[in-house]
Design a protein around this ligand. Structure first.
Ligand code: PRT
Ligand code: ZN
Length: 286
């Protein structure tokens, strides 16, 4: 039988859609019924396994799966024989300590002798050790944010995204323990053939993620502004410049990063750019 790379993704929850989207945008044709446990891509040597996110690191260590997509928080907490291959730029969040809003939190030492409720005991213990603080850790698996309100703990350590869950439970975020996002993890000792499949998948993921982070930009500008504009949007190698029918003007095509997009648009306009078009990129290969 030909080798397949077995990729474990979350069966249901916050990572499921982002994981499936990434695989599909990488050109894998996969059918994904809600109740399916596994499915094979019809056009790429990959089998997708749908599992609980917490179980994925162990399945990879046990070689039931070869690679997987989990939150970095789960990867770090589980301490399994997994290698972090790359960050995937979605499901961004942070793991933070929060205390009741009315507490006068004075710094990490405030936690000394207190009780912290969390689903991440390993990460919290590491954080406390790093700061030389001794505190109790109370491991609970869900609804961590209600623990202080019912007298189960003095503080919590949980995932925060917008912060609204903390707010509605009368808590305030006081220390960020780690930043997290979805990550691709793998068994550190993949067979040669599986590693080759992973390498070609990674090439595609790279192209998808670069495309997501960049936009194609076209604009018209007076020839005298070309140099300044090129310094703002240098593109992949350098911009394409084509003369307009109108004398003294050119059309300039380049690529701009999503993150500094608005700031750059402002600069371009101030240099005399007009008729600016911004277009999504489907795939981008350097
Ligand atoms: O069933 P299974 O075990 O597979 O799923 P799960 O319930 O353990 O995980 P799930 O789907 O909730 O989250 C999967 C991963 O998504 C986490 O491990 C994180 O890496 C990432 N992620 C990103 C989040 C959030 N954002 C998030 N907001 N995980 C959880 N939350 C929860 C958080 O626990 C809190 O209850 O959302 C609430 C906070 O959100 P805000 O926006 O109110 O701050
Ligand atoms: Zn989970």
């Amino acid at each position: 039988m030909k080798d397949l790379l077995r990729i474990a993704i979350q069966k249901s929850g916050r990572l499921r859609e982002g994981s499936l989207d990434l695989l599909k945008e990488s050109g894998l044709s996969i059918s994904n019924g809600r109740d399916q446990l596994k499915t094979q891509a019809s056009n790429f040597p990959v089998e997708v396994l749908f599992l609980r996110d917490d179980d994925i690191p162990q399945y990879i260590e046990d070689e039931v799966a070869d690679v997987g997509i989990v939150g970095e928080n789960v990867f770090v907490e589980k301490q399994r024989k997994n290698t972090l291959i790359r960050k995937l730029d979605f499901a961004k969040c942070r793991l933070s300590i929060a205390v009741p809003r009315t507490e006068n939190f004075t710094g990490v030492f405030w936690l000394s002798g207190k009780n912290i409720a969390t689903s991440y005991p390993v990460i919290v213990q590491h954080f406390l050790d790093k700061h030389g603080v001794q505190a109790g850790i109370h491991e609970i698996s869900g609804s961590v944010e209600i623990a202080p309100g019912i007298g189960l703990a003095d503080a919590i350590c949980d995932i925060v995204s917008t912060g609204s869950t903390l707010l509605s439970n009368g808590l305030k975020e006081v220390e960020v323990v780690m930043q997290s996002e979805a990550v691709l993890i793998a068994n550190p000792e993949l067979q040669y053939e599986k590693q080759r499949i992973l390498d070609s998948l990674l090439f595609r993921i790279e192209a998808v993620n670069s495309a997501r982070n960049n936009k194609y930009i076209l604009l018209n500008c007076p020839d005298s502004a070309i140099e300044k504009i090129t310094s703002v949007i240098p593109g992949m190698k350098s911009p394409t410049i084509m003369p307009l029918a109108r004398k003294g003007w050119s059309s300039l095509h380049s690529v701009v990063n999503e993150n500094d997009f608005w700031e750059k648009i402002g600069q371009l306009k101030s240099f005399g750019a007009e008729g600016i078009l911004v277009i999504p990129i489907e795939k981008m290969i350097a």
